[in-house]
Design a protein around this ligand. Structure first.
Ligand code: TTP
Ligand code: MG
Length: 361
């Protein structure tokens, strides 16, 4: 059966929302991330808008490196970057607004992350009709939420996601089934989900760089090289992907973490920070209008950068009126890291994080 699948991804999401919130920042280079004061900070960049990306700044980069790049740009007479803290609740609100807009045009929508959605447009007679619908969605998001997004349309999730990424920002690209192979052939193998940096290196060493190069491998060869994953990659190289759209807001997780100003094992200080983290994560859950979540995971990174996680499943789930229960369960996960149970050498802690998973709409 013919399928028309769209993928929508917001452009420089956190930064675009901030620009929209503070119009005097429009067009300026912006970084959203951990706190940094006079070049001193310990966390990472969440995202940079496209102007700040011109300075080489990107997501997950240490915030101090972003600061250095901004200072370098300033010394060259360019505009200095504006550093802003993260306002998750606001981004979740906009994310929900975008979801609601898409829902008006498609009855099968899957939210894949805070700023990413797949939706089914198979009811459209042609790809052109699907393109017109997506133009409307883009325009409505722009006028109501004030931010831009990029949309890809193809015969499956694989192709639509690649299309959306290629035309960023504010792009709209359609690839019809008859053009899929020509579209894929020149692309780098990293464009295929399932080929991460390590797998890519295996192929690069063999001088296999593009999807066309990968097309010369038989199913058996790929299975030998990649194990179980080989079969999926074999299909993806040929533009085949039968993954269906999970018809819900499948927000896989809501989480937040904080790097301590100074490494510590002070129970009062960590307890206070952890309490605030719990409040913030729970608020995002409530704002998102979800019913319940079933897993709590905490992360602890020690001063030597060793990182451990600990998780608990709650069979009956935790709902929006059970914040107290959430905090008790979360604290039970954290406490062993503060005493000798899970921290026998009493190492100082550098970072704590909390995440909720298996979230139900
Ligand atoms: P992305 O969609 O990966 O990035 P983006 O929307 O900022 O930019 P692009 O135009 O390339 O899509 O991620 C969505 C948001 O998730 C992003 O705005 C901030 C957050 N994020 C992090 O906090 N840390 C990360 O490492 C990444 C990749 C994203
Ligand atoms: Mg995005």
């Amino acid at each position: 059966m013919k399928r028309i699948i769209a993928h929508l991804d917001m452009d420089a999401f956190f930064a675009s929302v901030e620009e929209q919130k503070r119009p005097h920042l429009l067009g300026r280079p912006i970084v959203v991330g951990s706190e940094i004061i006079d070049g001193i900070g310990r966390g990472v960049v969440s995202t940079a808008n496209y102007r700040a990306r011109e300075y080489g700044i990107k997501s997950a980069m240490p915030i101090t490196m972003a600061w250095r790049l901004s200072q370098e740009a300033k010394n060259q007479g360019k505009e200095e970057v504006i550093f802003l803290p993260v306002d998750f609740n606001l981004y979740h609100k906009i994310s929900f607004q975008v979801f609601e807009i898409i829902k008006k045009y498609s009855n099968k929508v899957e939210q894949a992350s805070v700023d990413e959605f797949y939706f089914d447009l198979s009811f459209a007679d042609t790809f052109l009709e699907a393109k017109i619908i997506c133009s409307k969605i883009k325009a409505e998001i722009k006028s109501k939420a004030g931010v831009t997004c990029s949309v890809g349309i193809g015969p499956n999730k694989l192709i639509s996601k690649i299309c959306a990424g290629i035309k960023k920002p504010d792009g709209l690209l359609v690839i019809e089934p008859k053009n899929v192979q020509d579209f894929l052939n020149p692309l780098d193998i990293r464009e295929l989900s399932g080929i991460g940096p390590k797998t890519a290196q295996v192929f690069y060493k063999k001088n296999i760089k593009t999807i066309k190069d990968l097309n010369t491998f038989s199913l058996l060869e790929l299975k030998e090289l990649l194990g179980k994953q080989g079969e999926k990659i074999y299909s993806k190289v040929r533009g085949i992907d039968n993954d269906s759209i999970t018809e819900c807001r499948e927000v896989k997780s809501i989480g937040q973490q904080v790097t301590l100003n100074v490494n510590s094992l002070d129970i009062m200080l960590i307890g206070d920070l952890f309490n605030k983290l719990c409040d913030s994560v729970f608020e995002k859950f409530v704002v998102g209008k979800f019913t319940m979540f079933k897993v709590i995971t905490i992360t602890v990174r020690f001063a030597d950068f060793k990182t451990q996680t600990s998780a608990k499943s709650i069979k009956l789930g935790i709902g929006k009126n059970q914040k107290k229960l959430f905090k008790i369960e979360a604290l039970k996960l954290l406490l062993p890291f503060l005493d000798t149970q899970k921290n026998p050498h009493q190492k100082l802690i550098r970072l704590i994080g909390i995440r909720i998973e298996k979230i139900v709409l």
